[in-house]
Design a protein around this ligand. Structure first.
Ligand SMILES: Cc1cc2nc3c(=O)[nH]c(=O)nc-3n(C[C@H](O)[C@H](O)[C@H](O)COP(=O)(O)O)c2cc1C
Length: 248
């Protein structure tokens, strides 16, 4: 037992026999379904998913075409296309008092992910960092720092294609949404949830001629600070660059 490495310890102590009763089990109130917006926030409403003219693409074809793409053209991604990609990855279909039902699965419908967007080349939206407010299908501006994409590329260990993406999705976790129900086992589920979101991004991007590349190689502390998160209850776990396909 003393020889367990950190990953082995994690797998061991998140087994059911080692778990204590979760806060939900103890009767504590559940956290909000999404990180609340600061009072008085002005949101950018995205085009309604039902009104988008997205070309139809057969699912088998989208799966067969999917590939990680790290080279993007200078063409803008439209707001409608961004709306589609967000809808496919975290879009909310139904809101109940205790849960949301979305276009991706999530353990216990906890949906502990938040989506930040580093926007670089999207029609009608200024460069900067935004957060997707899934329950309102809107964007909340976080910062218009013109150097944000440089800082982001640096936090992604200098991976250069981050600089040429039209928009980079950054999935963060609001941990208590999961641990409230699952205790420490919730840490297993957040990565699975992020995988579902990213796969939907890869597939939905195929129908709007966008390329995607997932990123898990990043400097945790730098990225956490860049997103103004605490790193314990809220922290980044996964990213993906998106841009129109083609060489620059
Ligand atoms: C969890 C995960 C993390 C990844 N992280 C990176 C990354 O940091 N940088 C990168 O260039 N590609 C990254 N990728 C993309 C993989 O390199 C890519 O999926 C793999 O080479 C297979 O190629 P394909 O996606 O085109 O089939 C990641 C993929 C996954 C699933």
């Amino acid at each position: 037992m003393t020889d367990l490495k950190i990953g082995q310890e994690f797998m061991k102590f998140t087994q059911y026999e080692f778990l204590e009763g979760s806060d939900q089990f103890l009767g504590l109130p559940q956290p909000p379904l999404e990180v609340p917006c600061p009072e008085g926030s002005i949101l950018i409403k995205l085009p309604e998913p039902g009104e988008l003219a997205i070309p139809t693409l057969e699912l088998g074809e989208a799966i067969a075409r999917r590939s990680s793409r790290r080279s993007y053209s200078d063409e803008e991604v439209s707001q409608g296309e961004l709306s589609w990609l967000l809808w496919c990855t975290q879009g909310v279909r139904e809101i109940f008092a205790e849960a949301t039902i979305r276009n991706v699965p999530s353990a216990g419908a906890r949906h502990p992910l938040e989506t930040y967007l580093s926007i670089h080349n999207v029609s009608g939206i200024e460069k900067g960092l935004y957060r997707y407010i899934a329950t309102r299908h809107s964007l909340l501006e976080i910062t218009k720092d013109p150097a944000f994409d440089f800082k982001l590329a640096k936090a992604c260990l200098g991976q250069k294609f981050v600089l040429s993406s039209a928009v980079t999705f950054i999935w963060t976790v609001d941990m208590y949404r999961s641990t409230w129900r699952y205790g420490q086992r919730g840490y297993r589920y957040i990565f699975l949830d992020a995988g579902h979101a990213c796969q939907n991004l890869y597939l939905s991007a195929e129908s709007v001629n966008c390329g995607v590349c997932a990123i898990a190689a990043f400097h945790d502390r730098s990225l956490t600070e860049l997103l103004q998160l605490d790193g314990f209850e809220r922290f980044p776990i996964y990213l993906a660059c998106v841009g129109k396909r083609g060489e620059k």
